[in-house]
Design a protein around this ligand. Structure first.
Ligand SMILES: C[S@@+](CC[C@H](N)C(=O)[O-])C[C@H]1O[C@@H](n2cnc3c(N)ncnc32)[C@H](O)[C@@H]1O
Length: 260
């Protein structure tokens, strides 16, 4: 289990869920976030899971713990889940870097449109910030040059970053407190901090579980992603403009990054 991610959620849930709350955990998986909410005092927790096999595992975890009797595991697509009244808290971890491939924004929007989220509902996470930075990267593997999108667990892509040429520069703030615009079309100006050859953009994401509890990439959530570009020479004092476009939840087939 990804301890850094899971402890951060545990703390956020402990600080947010109050006695008597109704909680929805969308994409409950193992049921761990639902169990944290039950332990924090929720009266009822709905653990929504689209995959029957995962839901069966969640039920086992729930049944093995006394707090579990407050949890109902529901096999459903969270996008079509409804309740008679809005939940007090919604927890959800359907995230990947930049929300490029996973359904976090899409499911948040559907729960808001369906009335499960209203203006009083506390959200964990409450927002994410997507960032880009200039790097040089070693794309050579076993004697072959492979300039491909690089993603790996345990922040594994970073082992091949040979130099960092800028700070992390935000290109998209995703605030879940309202309907999220899932279409990203962001022109970001990145300021080089040193001279040299840049051949990739490293994407990272900061997750605000609450305003105080934030995490960048952990071993399994929002790990850095490296996007190859045509090599450019950068100089301190000469900004680099990058246009990043995609639709959240649609994956890299639908992603484009252009250095202007
Ligand atoms: C990254 S896992 C998180 C599991 C657990 N919440 C945790 O934090 O450990 C995401 C889970 O969401 C489920 N999921 C993905 N899309 C879903 C949807 N539209 N509705 C319900 N569950 C979904 C997946 O099957 C998977 O079990």
């Amino acid at each position: 289990m990804d301890e850094e991610r899971t402890h951060a959620f545990e703390n956020a849930i402990q600080n947010t869920v109050k006695a008597g709350d109704i909680v929805v955990d969308a994409g409950t998986g193992s049921g761990i976030l639902a169990l944290f909410s039950a332990r924090a005092g929720a009266e009822k927790v709905y653990g929504i899971e689209i995959d029957e096999a995962s839901a069966a595992l969640a039920r086992k975890s729930v049944q093995a713990n006394p707090d579990g009797k407050k949890i109902e595991v529901v096999v459903a697509d969270a996008r079509s889940f409804t309740l008679p009244a809005a939940a007090d808290v919604v927890t959800m971890e359907l995230m990947d870097t930049g929300l490029i491939s996973e359904q976090q924004a899409v499911v948040m929007n559907a729960l808001r449109k369906g009335g499960v989220i209203d203006s009083h509902t506390k959200l964990i996470p409450s927002k994410v910030v997507c960032a880009a930075e200039l790097v040089s990267y070693d794309f050579d593997f076993y004697g072959f040059h492979m300039p491909l999108v690089m993603q790996a667990r345990n922040n594994g892509v970073d082992a091949r970053v040979t130099n960092y040429f800028s700070e992390k520069t935000p290109y998209q703030n995703v605030d879940f407190s309202d309907i999220v615009e899932t279409l990203v079309k962001s022109r970001v100006t990145i300021t080089p901090t040193k001279d040299g050859e840049v051949n990739a953009i490293r994407l990272t994401t900061q997750t605000f579980l609450t305003s105080e509890i934030t995490v960048w990439g952990t071993s399994d959530m929002n790990m850095p992603v490296v996007i190859p570009i045509k090599p450019i020479q950068v100089k301190v004092g000469e900004n680099v403009n990058v246009l990043i476009q995609y639709e959240m939840g649609k994956g890299f087939e639908n992603f484009s990054l252009i250095v202007e």
